[in-house]
Design a protein around this ligand. Structure first.
Ligand SMILES: N[C@@H](CCC(=O)N[C@@H](CS)C(=O)NCC(=O)O)C(=O)O
Length: 209
């Protein structure tokens, strides 16, 4: 069974949410670990196999190490026959790959820079800003309810997670706000909350090494 290193209410939560939505949470061993938190709590967990102690991190059945949310989510899609993503050669495959790469290559750096209040001409010319990201998402959505069409995909789960985490940086767009809300409502938020609460309890019960 693949092993997913997960810490509740972090970037690995969207991988758990994806697995839930795919109906495959029980086909992955979820190892609940701690990470240092922005409020000063948490700690680097020696049980976490990630070389830098980050989450998410996946170890596959044949021992391959997969890091970065987008890579892990795409790996899981392929492992489970792509229930939430278009297969190669099908419509929207290009859009799917685009959003998965755009998340880590553009959205995450720009969002973190916004949170940090960081500005630099080289950064702006490389990644642009939240205004261009908002325009790209609006253009990608068009009049569709989700990024790839009428159904929720793993691209929606990853892209929308950024604004679920930092709603204050969500572009001021009714289309984007409605999409983020729709993504949340399409998923089983109560099941994820219950899973995360149990993971928190599990974490609290572990003695720091
Ligand atoms: N781009 C990475 C970011 C991973 C990341 O920074 N995860 C945070 C959790 S939200 C973490 O592990 N922080 C602990 C640390 O940096 O030590 C991804 O999306 O997988």
């Amino acid at each position: 069974m693949p092993k997913l290193f997960h810490s509740p209410n972090t970037r690995s939560s969207r991988v758990v949410a994806q697995l839930m939505q795919m109906g495959h949470l029980n086909d992955v061993e979820v190892v609940v670990v701690d990470v240092p938190r922005h409020d000063g709590g948490g700690r680097r967990d020696p049980r976490n196999a990630h070389p830098e102690g980050k989450v998410p991190f996946l170890i596959t059945d044949d021992g391959q190490e997969v890091r970065e949310s987008a890579a892990i989510m795409m790996y899981l899609e392929e492992l489970f026959d792509q229930p939430l993503s278009p297969k190669p050669g099908t419509d929207e495959r290009g859009a799917y790959l685009t959003w998965m790469a755009y998340y880590g290559g553009v959205l995450e750096p720009v969002l973190v820079a916004s949170v940090a209040g960081f500005e630099h001409p080289a950064f702006a010319s490389t990644f642009r800003s939240m205004a261009e990201i908002g325009a790209a998402i609006e253009r990608g959505l068009g009049d569709k309810p989700f990024l790839l069409g009428s159904e929720l995909s793993t691209a929606d789960i990853l892209m929308a997670s950024a604004f679920q985490w930092a709603p204050q940086f969500m572009p001021d767009s009714t289309v984007i706000k409605a999409w983020v809300k729709r993504v949340g409502e399409t998923m089983d938020g109560a099941a994820l909350q219950a899973f995360e609460a149990a993971a928190m309890e599990q974490l609290a019960a572990v003695e720091p090494a």
